[in-house]
Design a protein around this ligand. Structure first.
Ligand code: CP3
Length: 342
């Protein structure tokens, strides 16, 4: 078992910096696009044989040090009572978004074994086939609430913030229920066999620090508290969080993810060197010339300074236009720049 990813999560010395890529399974891979000709995204997510196959695609094609479960952030919202579909070219679309306190009241707690058994089955099927750790994941309450309220992607998150400010009680009830779901779901993924977990708070960079502390942080902290008694490393990730990193570091994870807007050494100072850091190459840089990619990777590695606890990743997910060859070259370069083997 290649355990350098888990060792880095625990800030132990490693033989080379571990690398994985958010959205490492997906449309930039020809193998994935071929399967999508036959199946919808939700069919891939809900069929353990297919979800396991897609999870393995990048592990087989690219020298990554961790696998991430192929699923989607929004899946556990359905058993809570929020039905949706993925609309081609637009993203998720919910049938009945949350617009009032009464809508919040209709949300139900989930039992992962009955309503998300296919995800747990995917984990059980994958484990014996992997020689790298498997990462499970869940959405943080703020990011999940934003989809539940907006009903789909949003630019300004106006409805989300309107509920936050105008109906704080309904907001906190909603996020409390999402936090309970997230804790329950992560515990079930861990019981099924995932080796580490990541909490995605992708859109929390919409909030300033005071609002973050009031409306998001207490709920995210509850998610990490729910798994604190289990010896499973956790990563806390968001985008546009330069002003939030210090507060995010208090939510309870072992590792905090940073995007490319903050130089890695500066981000690590803000997070605190008693935690690990994950990141932080700009995913759009991978569309540029190799000389520029190489220089940016070297810069990140040198800012990590050989300190234990760095997990190399992008600052957000791989874009569909990216060439798989570039992804592979980045993984090799990180390993060769940081290898302690002589
Ligand atoms: O490889 C991996 O990282 C694992 C799989 C994974 C998916 N979604 C599959 C997927 C993970 C970890 C996610 C998380 C997710 N889903 C997030 C948080 C991560 C992030 O990017 O910040 C969010 C916000 C979602 C919700 C979601 N799923 C949206 C908004 C969309 C549509 C936009 C898009 O990129 O197409 C999806 C679709 C989705 N989820 C795809 C994949 C591979 C694209 C799938 C396709 O059409 O084939």
């Amino acid at each position: 078992m290649n355990d350098r990813f888990l060792r880095a999560c625990r800030r132990q010395p490693v033989d080379a910096t571990p690398v994985w890529f958010m959205r490492q399974a997906g449309r930039y891979m020809p193998e994935y696009r071929a399967l999508r000709q036959q199946y919808s995204l939700l069919e891939l997510c809900r069929t353990p044989d297919l979800a396991a196959q897609v999870t393995l695609q990048p592990v087989e094609a690219i020298e990554v040090d961790a696998a991430i479960l192929f699923s989607d952030l929004l899946l556990p919202l359905e058993p809570m009572g929020l039905t949706f579909d993925f609309v081609k070219g637009e993203g998720p679309a919910f049938d009945d978004p949350i617009r009032s306190a009464a809508d919040v009241e209709r949300l139900r707690p989930i039992d992962p074994e009955t309503s998300l058994g296919h995800v747990l089955q995917t984990i059980r099927q994958l484990k014996p086939q992997l020689d790298v750790p498997l990462i499970g994941f869940v959405g943080a309450p703020f990011t999940l609430a934003s989809y539940a309220i907006e009903g789909g992607p949003s630019k300004d998150f106006a409805r989300t913030k309107a509920m936050m400010y105008a109906e704080p009680e309904a907001w906190h009830t909603l996020c409390g229920r999402l936090a309970d779901m997230a804790g329950t779901y992560l515990r079930a993924q861990i019981a099924a066999g995932v080796d580490a977990v990541q909490v995605f708070d992708s859109w929390v960079g919409q909030l300033g620090p005071a609002d973050y502390r009031e409306f998001a942080l207490p709920h995210t902290r509850r998610v990490f508290d729910a798994i604190a008694d289990l010896d499973v490393p956790s990563i806390h990730f968001g985008v546009g969080t330069a002003m939030l990193l210090e507060d995010m570091a208090t939510a309870g994870s072992d590792v905090v993810g940073a995007d490319w807007r903050t130089p890695l050494d500066r981000a690590w100072q803000l997070i605190g060197t008693d935690k690990g850091i994950q990141g932080n190459l700009d995913p759009t840089l991978l569309l540029g010339p190799w000389s520029r990619v190489r220089a940016a990777v070297e810069d990140i590695v040198s800012r990590a300074g050989g300190r234990p606890g760095h997990i190399f990743n992008l600052g957000h997910g791989v874009l569909p236009m990216t060439s798989p060859e570039v992804i592979q070259r980045v993984a090799r370069l990180v390993h060769s720049l940081t290898s302690t083997a002589r």
